[in-house]
Design a protein around this ligand. Structure first.
Ligand code: HEM
Length: 280
């Protein structure tokens, strides 16, 4: 059978037979030193704040040859480096028992360090991640795309990059109608300016929707009257029509290659002026 100290994982102490006064002095010195070290506070989960740092162990080893087992101060273990982890663990256990987190009889952790709310939160997080990964795997397998073809703003890099928005006057915006090759092409809808240079064929000169470039033509997006309704004047439109314009705005917001670059200061519509004509 193994001696108790071996069975506990610590190296045994070689018992000397000298019991003279020098040995007593050494013993006293050792106890005082260890008592001082054992009083050190435990510093938490991450760093168990062992009383026996390698320097201290080395010093004690040199001076005394043995140190107290933190879990049983009446027992001595060799103050060698190999025992450091053991002593740290004993000290950690002692602290867990003291704080009520460990059952002293079974040595089992009785209380979750995070508490029930923290535990529930981590469970939820864990299952959300598992769910997300499963859905992505299914998307890849069924649709050949882990995000099932979704290309909305939440999966676009531009959503997460801070953007510097510029405020345009209508005259400034008009400079970006695609006629100047050196400038990008911008259009505005509901006062928001978008860079649509990625679709030069459609919005550039000669393109089928060139009339939207360099201006806020919100009204025409819903009436389709490109001749008279390229204006931000929305008078006479009903709620549904306004919603349709908002849907177009969303189209530009969510577009993978267009960019929201600013806003345009639109002049107030004179209520006395006539509404845009309908005979397109
Ligand atoms: C209220 C009426 C309409 C509005 C406001 C409208 C608006 C637009 C806009 C803004 C685009 C460009 C989308 C982009 O940036 O990719 C577009 C593209 C297009 N629209 Fe319309 N549209 C209307 C009616 C029509 C009609 C009646 C047709 C067919 C006869 C049509 C055919 C097209 C085609 C073929 C494109 C693609 C053009 C290209 O990429 O070159 N649209 N439409």
């Amino acid at each position: 059978m193994l001696p108790a100290s071996r069975a506990n994982g610590a190296a045994p102490v070689e018992q000397g037979d000298a019991a003279d006064s020098a040995a007593e002095a050494r013993e006293k010195h050792q106890q005082e030193g260890e008592a001082a070290l054992l009083k050190r506070p435990f510093s938490g989960w991450g760093d168990p704040g062992s009383p026996a740092t390698s320097e201290e162990i080395e010093k004690l080893k040199k001076d005394l040859g043995t140190v107290c087992d933190p879990s049983d101060p009446t027992r001595k273990v060799a103050a060698k480096k190999a025992n450091k982890a053991y002593m740290v663990h004993q000290r950690w256990k002692e602290e867990q028992i003291k704080s009520g987190r460990m059952d002293p009889k079974t040595g089992k952790v009785t209380q979750e360090p995070l508490g029930p709310v923290g535990k529930a939160f981590f469970l939820m997080l864990k299952w959300s991640v598992v769910g997300l990964l499963l859905s992505m795997a299914a998307g890849q397998f069924i649709a050949g795309d882990p995000i099932w073809g979704y290309r909305g703003k939440w999966v676009q890099r531009k959503t997460y990059l801070s953007k510097r928005l510029r405020v345009f006057t209508p005259a400034e915006l008009a400079l970006y109608n695609g006629r100047d090759e050196d400038r990008p092409i911008y259009l505005a809808i509901l006062g928001n300016v978008y860079d649509v240079s990625a679709n030069k064929r459609t919005y550039g000169p000669g393109g089928s929707y060139h009339f939207f470039s360099g201006t806020d033509a919100s009204r025409a997006y819903v009436t389709g009257c490109f001749k008279y309704h390229c204006t931000h004047d929305l008078r006479g439109l009903d709620e549904d029509q306004i919603k349709q314009i908002e849907t177009w705005k969303k189209f530009f917001d969510d577009h993978p290659t267009y960019k929201h670059v600013g806003t345009v200061e639109l002049p107030e519509i004179d209520p006395e002026s006539p509404e845009p004509r309908w005979d397109c």
